[in-house]
Design a protein around this ligand. Structure first.
Ligand code: NAG
Ligand code: NAG
Ligand code: NAG
Ligand code: NAG
Ligand code: NAG
Ligand code: NAG
Ligand code: NAG
Length: 494
């Protein structure tokens, strides 16, 4: 017993540099393991079978230069035609569940809630039926950024009418698919949805109205989330017993020095507390530091009221508690310091009075765009537990970026270390993490990063019209780890 444990422990040490103590690297019995994709990133068939134009079709066709390799998702992984093969990949990996998203304009081609396109309904029915036949649980994201273009032209999420259009779309999805969907996600990543699309220029429609449009977007997004939650909770949950929540993206923010703790906490509140607090905190509403920072800066800039919209008490009560778990996407960590900017230019970045960056000493990912910081994952999980009443946390994305190595040992090492950090959070810190999702099943259209930056367990050859999928080393690793429900040292299996 002693020697077996020692060998196991040393094998771990050799590959994954670790914290101070060894814990249990076996997943709890009811823990769920899965992989994720999203509709625009994999489906292709952008104008087939009655699908209408969405914001990403429009954006990439009209502004090709905004994507680094001038590509788009017209064909992507061609999963619209290859979904059966994709479900074979899921079976091969041995996943408990598959997270994918619905394309709104496949279901309502104009975006408006009328004239259902039954070819779109049928496509998702085929996927859900095949998943069920293979005992793969379905997790469905309602909104993963591909907004109907008509709604985008009405202002997208900055238009308060969005809430009712979204709720009717959600109702249609619950109505047609609810019997086979165990987990629903209302929105993927509010921060990126609002700050990169409406505040910034990285994602469609690249409005660049920072400090105004991003806050309007977040406000309506939270209301739409709550409306979909209540609709499901009252009408569908009693029948189907599924669960519904939002999925936020959060990096760990580590203070640069002890004097920067307040700045780090303020940044956490701006980067994810802004969208977590109204749903998960006991008081509801935006956190005080967010409300006060934006109000103060707004007045300095000459506004007569805060640029952050206010929730009424009724709205606070309506949004508070609208979760069955917390969906968490996590990739990397940052250092942060106080930065008392005196600029009076209206901008989200001027509202939080802090700065953040990657520590040079942290291991770079395979693309140079993020760092590998497994201890940051663990600290984030503990912070979420302590800040938001110890919710059940469903990790809905975690992954590593490179330029496409088939023997992707950087990705394998990343998954090994992050899964160990997650298990430490469960067994040592008592965080209620209930599931883990690797992003992504396969290489896909990575938004403004085109097909250059890769996250897949499977390689996809995008120059071959057949779009063949080939397992990378990380696919073998994930298969082994998921199959044995234990995190192992990768040199045992490759
Ligand atoms: C590790 O966790 C698994 C699953 O909860 C459990 O069955 C096993 O007994 C644990 N092993 C140790 C050494 O604690
Ligand atoms: C769909 O778009 C492609 C270009 O991506 C075009 O060649 C084709 O004609 C379009 N099909 C329809 C039915 O509009
Ligand atoms: C699915 O699960 C059921 C019940 O546990 C089992 O009878 C069936 O063989 C499983 N099917 C597959 C394809 O694994
Ligand atoms: C971060 O901390 C280091 C070491 O204490 C210090 O030298 C550096 O100036 C700090 N950086 C910022 C931006 O505050
Ligand atoms: C969800 O429905 C249950 C059962 O009716 C109810 O107890 C609960 O308060 C509802 N959740 C919210 C956030 O309204
Ligand atoms: C991708 O497909 C193209 C066209 O079929 C082929 O020439 C190329 O060798 C393939 N690349 C890889 C890495 O398989
Ligand atoms: C689980 O571990 C065993 C023993 O190391 C190995 O033979 C098997 O292939 C693993 N399972 C999977 C699904 O990889």
């Amino acid at each position: 017993m002693f020697s077996v444990f020692t060998v196991y422990f040393l094998a771990h040490l050799a590959v994954f540099p670790r914290g101070c103590w060894a814990t249990n690297y076996t997943f709890p019995d009811d823990f769920l393991l899965g992989v994720a994709t999203s509709s625009y990133q994999i489906e292709g068939a952008w104008n087939e079978s009655g699908k209408g134009e969405n914001s990403w079709d429009h954006f990439t066709h009209n502004n090709p230069d905004t994507v680094i390799d001038r590509t788009n998702g017209d064909i992507a992984c061609d999963s619209y035609h290859k979904y059966e093969e994709d479900i074979e990949l899921l079976k091969n990996l041995g996943v408990d569940f598959y997270r994918f998203s619905l394309s709104w304009t496949r279901i309502f081609p104009t975006g408006y809630p009328h004239n259902i396109n039954y070819e779109g309904i049928n496509y998702y029915n085929k996927i859900l039926n095949l998943l069920a036949a293979n005992n793969i649980t379905a997790m469905v994201t309602l909104f993963h950024w591909d907004l109907p273009q008509n709604l985008m032209e009405l202002g997208g999420l900055t238009n308060s009418r969005f809430v009712t259009y979204y709720t009717e779309y959600a109702r249609t999805a619950f109505e047609h698919f609810g019997d086979r969907v165990k987990y629903w996600l209302t929105f993927n990543e509010p921060y990126q949805t609002c700050m990169f699309s409406y505040g910034g220029t990285r994602l469609a429609p690249a409005l660049g109205m920072s400090g105004i449009a991003d806050y309007l977007c977040g406000h309506n997004l939270l209301k739409a989330h709550a409306a979909a939650y209540h609709l499901y909770n009252t009408t569908y949950k009693p029948k189907y017993k599924g669960k519904i929540a939002i999925s936020i993206s959060a990096a760990w923010i580590e203070p640069n020095s002890t004097g920067d703790e307040a700045a780090a906490e303020r940044l956490r509140q701006f980067l994810y507390g802004m969208h977590l607090n109204p749903i998960f905190s006991s008081n509801g509403d935006y956190s005080n530091v967010v409300k006060e920072s934006i109000a103060t800066q707004s007045f300095l800039e000459g506004y007569k009221r805060s640029r952050l919209p206010e929730f009424t008490q009724d709205e606070i009560n309506y949004i508070k508690g609208t979760y069955d778990f917390m969906g968490l996407n996590h990739y990397t960590s940052h250092l942060a310091a106080n930065s008392p900017s005196t600029s009076l230019q209206t901008s989200y970045d001027n509202d939080y009075k802090a700065t953040y960056w990657f520590d040079d000493s942290w291991t770079m990912d395979g693309s140079g765009s993020a760092r590998v910081v497994p201890w940051g994952f663990r600290k984030l999980l503990v912070w979420l537990k302590n800040s938001y009443n110890d919710p059940e946390i469903f990790v809905t994305e975690n992954g590593y970026c490179d330029f496409g190595d088939m023997d992707d040992r950087g990705r394998v090492s990343y998954y090994g270390q992050y899964l160990e950090a997650l298990l430490d959070a469960i067994y040592v810190d008592n965080v209620k993490v209930i599931a883990y999702t690797a992003w992504s099943l396969m290489d896909n259209f990575e938004w403004n990063l085109g097909y250059v930056f890769k996250y897949g367990l499977y390689y996809v050859n995008f120059t071959d019209p057949e779009r063949p999928r080939i397992p990378k080393s990380s696919a073998y690793f994930i298969k082994y780890v998921y199959g044995n429900r234990t995190v192992v040292s990768y040199d045992k299996i490759l």
